[in-house]
Write a protein that binds this ligand. Sequence first.
Ligand code: HEM
Length: 177
Amino acid sequence: MQLKNSENHYGIIAISLHWLMAILLIGMLSLGLYMTGLPISLEKLKLYGWHKEYGILALLLLIIRLVWRFTNITPRLSLPLLEKFAARAVHWAFYGFMIAMPLTGWLISSAAGLPVSFFGLFVLPNLVEPNDHLMKLCGEIHEYLGYGLIATIILHVAAALKHHFINKDDILRRMLS
Ligand code: HEM
């Protein structure tokens, strides 16, 4: 398998980044929804810490992914115009969520005056001064973005499965090997 993308296939780097991000995002959504429902405890604080660290990891991976995306060709999508437009719109919506989710998360912590550590390696600077109103606003935006991301993932998975099982084309297969 080649490293880079070609006209018809994704390379190993794009495929690995795709599935790594998929696992990370689904994990982050599940952890986020679970941890916010817990009563205040050491366990809750530990999970918030993990959520923040893996969220920053998602942001770093996104930067690598965007660099790879713009320095590589994207395999052609041989679909009717409207379907192609819908597929590309969903892909760009993902990039929007992948930028906005970590940034609003980082803003929640900054506005709460809490540090964001990256696996003990370094501490990120706070983006804003402590501000209760901003913390609540970013918390709500982060939550609704999460619901939007869940809906987009469902749409994306449903489309991939439809192509594989109903249209029987190679759209899903080319993201697997
Ligand atoms: C891929 C990135 C991320 C995803 C998909 C994600 C997802 C979520 C979700 C679904 C929730 C639950 C929302 C709710 O029900 O209130 C949540 C909460 C939270 N997230 Fe994230 N998150 C991401 C990144 C981050 C980052 C990078 C940080 C901080 C550095 C962060 C900080 C928080 C905090 C503090 C909460 C709790 C908010 C509250 O207690 O109201 N998140 N996240």
